[in-house]
Design a protein around this ligand. Sequence first.
Ligand SMILES: *Cc1c(COP(=O)(O)O)cnc(C)c1O
Length: 458
Amino acid sequence: MNGRDAAPGLVALRGSSSGAMRRMKRTWVTGLIAKYENKKREEEPMHDNDNLTIERPTFVTHLECAMEGDHYAADQVHNLSKAGKPLLVRYDLAGVKKALTKDALAQRPGDMWRYRELLPVRKCKDIVSLGEVTTPLIRLPKLGKKFGGGEIIVKDEGRLPTGSFKARGLVMAVSMGKALGIKHMAMPTNGNAGAALAAYATSCGIKTTIFCPADTPEVNVSEIELQGATVYRVNGYIDDCGKIVGEGKAKVGWFDTSTLKEPYRIEGKKTMGLELAEQLGWDVPDVIFYPTGGGTGLIGMWKAFDELEKIGFIGSKRPRMVAVQASGCAPMVRAYDAGTEHATRWEDAHTIASGIRVPQAIGDFLILRAVRESKGFAIAVDDDKISSALNEVAREEGLLLCPEGAATYAAYKDSLADGRVSKGDRVMLFNCATGLKYPLPPVTRTLDRHKPIDYTQF
Ligand SMILES: *Cc1c(COP(=O)(O)O)cnc(C)c1O
């Protein structure tokens, strides 16, 4: 009983006799102890790991094809639906509404597991955590002022384990993998997802095999291998790597953990939406700029807002969702402009923002749907703009973004200039990884301590 006092009812029951009686009493005693434990816990001070150790009711009812709407059983291993489309996890939201209050949430430690009632993991023992902190909202007041007073907020996801928001998705995929008895996970990655998968899978003893494009940043390839995976550089793009994973499914028996071919990464990424709404006092920003590759985060947040409204935590207001891509790889922007439901593959994709170099996304229709329903838009920025945006925010606000995060700032500036967002809009930019994971510009300035120093230069 974890060092806590024994339940008072227990002593009085010792020494009872007949089998049936004993069983009845045992059930009654167990119930009593559970009640007592819960009460004690409520009265006790909060512990840092409460969200990982206190069992909470869960509400998953089934999974649903995002295209056709047909249902699939919960608590079983799934990849895509029969139609070959992503599966979305559905909850008994009326049940969640009864079980969860804003006040109860406020009593819990600050990490993504505080939203357990809206997450798929049933049992604490399956949670594979490496410290998924609540990520801060960082205001950019100087830049806001420069552009006429709008509030610019950066949600800095670089603070998460493995230095990127891929941790949110993969901690959920791996926890569910553990719960469902998966032993070997494989994945195509541009770097950050592979690193997060490797870390979480290794921490719970699941084997991982990871394929990345040959020019994936060195730090990603190293961290993946160091965190216990076997990683291969492949002479192709992420979707070429995905084909290898798909083909190996039958031959090796590994689980295909590709973006949106696995149902739970969205649920992890969804916590960005839950978290930002709670951080804003159960409100949403006017516009969200999201650097879009496979789109898991954008789709996940859109789902989060819907669920939050259904449990009565927010109203019907939605942020306009803006999908930001690099001009060297902008399939969603092309499809948005063309007014199509799906996006065709982008050939010869190139950009310094490797996390959004995704030529083809299986969730294309979900990204485009969220963008259109929210009255947002899709926008591309080139690598020069991304680099100068990164410089500007670092030099003027002291915040180092990753190139993908910098792309959202560049897109914000362009959208202000062409009137697609207004000066008064409260905007949220997503910085999805720590800028420290990427090659940084060299500094060549030196100082010779053996020569006279000209102090007027400083
Ligand atoms: C994966 C990634 C993205 C794109 O996220 P999706 O939700 O897959 O669209 C953006 N930035 C970084 C740094 C990433 O690692």
